[in-house]
Design a binder for this molecule. Structure first.
Ligand SMILES: [Cu+2]
Length: 229
């Protein structure tokens, strides 16, 4: 909720704080998380707008690097986090884990998935500790994806800079966006994953989770993030 979110140090810390189920922790860090390569951008002020990760994932990119088997385990484990109710996924308790996917195969381009639902409404208790994870399953140029939680409602412009100027910095996020998968063939591919932890607002309200890659939110890569009392 403050400008520190935008400092390079804070971004590095957020990216280094990979939050992943312990079962997957071993041997998947890819090494060098939070390294200068990842944060070297920072251009354009907030850093979150940078396109430093506009490239396929490679070990050492700055976050976790998973193979397809690890992604499948993540997807399976994520079913235990939160409860799907139609187009909503409802989370309960003082600490919640939200396992997001950017462009899960079989879903539309430029979307998020949680529980296999495209752009669901996420419902989180006020004041909860939120572990937010993201794996990028997309492939191709400009298919790097990140996520920010913001009070700014849709529709979104091509670039979110103006939006952030109007609504203030995001509550939290995974920034800058994380690289796309390394190969077209899922089984041959590596995938980028990253996570962050933040505290949900202490009062009920409506927020949005939004991909900050230019044009993605404009094309519909966002969903509602509801904080309940
Ligand atoms: Cu995106």
């Amino acid at each position: 909720m403050n400008r520190k979110v935008f400092t390079r140090l804070a971004l590095a810390a957020a990216c280094a704080a990979l939050v992943v189920p312990p079962a997957f922790a071993q041997g998947m860090m890819g090494g060098g998380q939070g390294g200068p390569g990842m944060m070297g951008g920072g251009q354009g002020g907030p850093g979150m707008m940078g396109t430093i990760n506009n490239r396929p994932v490679a070990p050492g990119w700055g976050g976790a690097t998973w193979n397809y088997a690890q992604v499948k385990r993540y997807l399976a484990a994520s079913e235990a986090d939160g409860r799907a109710e139609g187009k909503r996924v409802v989370f309960q308790g003082h600490a919640v884990t939200i396992d997001m996917v950017a462009v899960q195969p079989g879903h539309p381009d430029t979307t998020f998935e949680v529980h296999g639902i495209t752009n669901p409404t996420l419902v989180v208790p006020a004041g909860a500790t939120v572990h937010l994870n993201l794996v990028n399953m997309d492939y191709g140029n400009n298919m790097e994806h990140g996520v920010i939680i913001t009070a700014a409602p849709p529709p979104y412009p091509r670039y979110l800079m103006q939006t952030m100027a109007q609504y203030g910095p995001p509550l939290a996020g995974i920034s800058p966006p994380i690289p796309w998968r390394s190969k077209k063939d899922l089984n041959q591919s590596l995938f980028a994953a990253a996570g962050t932890t933040f505290t949900a607002p202490s009062r009920p309200g409506v927020y949005w989770y939004v991909c900050q890659t230019p044009e993605h939110a404009e094309k519909g890569m966002y969903g509602k993030f509801v904080v309940t009392g």
